[in-house]
Design a protein. Sequence first.
Length: 187
Amino acid sequence: MQDITLKDGTVLKGAVITEPTPVTMTIRHEDGVVKVPVANMPDALMEKYHYTPELRAKWEEENAAAAEQKNPLLVENIALKLVEVDGLFGKSERFRYFFRVRNVSRVPFSGKVEIGLFNQGVKGVVTKVSFTMSMEPGFGTVVYIDSHSGPRSFHGDYSIRGCRFSVDGGAEMQAVTLEELATLEVK
């Protein structure tokens, strides 16, 4: 583990790069997990992972074509926070899971998106959010889900272990499991 200082000045303490791509690097650090655009990484790490603009362009082209065939949207978990919300019986704490939803196809998207959190202690989806959206190619938005269940460090076997999302944009529904939720730490 090492400290990584990004080009924008952000310092990630105790950082471990868990998933490098020519576009982003997923980094686990003391405060959680983050995806960092490669352009914001220090030059030494860009060199270590053999980053070049040509490699990035080729990777983006290949992944955009594959993503278009499978699913027009990319859903990524980007953060987890413990928040206080007003409820029926007063204030209570909830775990807020943030997701980035981005249109990775070359055509506008319009349809229903559903994101659900699941755990292994209670079989099936614990909580979910559904919304209808329209999005131009390359654009995205951030959505969140509030849940009483938190990460493994809070709830052990009954913790949130991942998410599934489905998209109905005129094509058949797609489902993907994001296992990185199990390693998120609360900010």
